[in-house]
Design a protein around this ligand. Sequence first.
Ligand SMILES: [Mn+2]
Length: 285
Amino acid sequence: MKKLAIMSDLHIDSNQFGQAEIDTLIQTLQEEEVVHLHLAGDISNHHERASLPFLEHLRQHLDVSYNLGNHDMLGLDEAQIEAENFQLLDIGDRQLLAFHGWYDYSFSDGAYDRILRRKNLWFDRRLNRRKSDQEIVERELEVLESQLQTLDRDRLILAMHFVPHRRFTMWHEKFAPFNAFLGSQAFHELFVRYQIPDVVFGHAHRSYGTVEIEGVRYHARPLGYQREWDLTIDFVNQNPHLNPSQTWNLSKRFNLVKNNPHYLAHKKEKFKDELLGSMTLFEVG
Ligand SMILES: [Mn+2]
């Protein structure tokens, strides 16, 4: 059975993907009979220098498509971002509509001026989008709805980068202030109205698996940063002597083990499982 795989948040630059990681990814996809890989954003911070060569490499082995995440947008102008948005692809007996998405602060109950000040601490301060965040979301919704009106929704899969429902926002007091920049509830409302069966998204580096809300099946299995990977968290848990302060700070935990030869061997052994856990697979005939 041929499959479509959707992954997100590979962050190949931060995660230092080299030949070994790329080979394991290709091998894993081939073993799963994946004929098409879609990447739902945050491939890297360097779209032209890092992501495009990576995508070309993958395309020697299977079909690859993508939509942009906020990290991919670094250094791109609005026309380049627009040119990559809303791609419609026939993949076996399913149809994939991929778009970037954005955020409109609807996941935050904070005051508007505080949200704007907080944005100066967020990665996206480095992006140069020409419209307000609300205007960007309105435009995404407008184009999306015009497409949904014409498509056979029963076989449709949507892929986007940003978070479409507040169920998938963060509760931790350290991260909750940044919910404003995760996505918009307006996407979910549109999906329900058009009875969309499957939506895959990423952005918030937390894996929820598959969760159905009001008839929409959401799939969230971002890879995220190496410090967040199961294999890293498991290794530190299994080797408490390497973490004498018993910290749960993921950066600190990763720094304690990242050059440890036992960790590197463990990573090599478990990387395929990490990839498999970070793929949403659809049988496409
Ligand atoms: Mn992101």
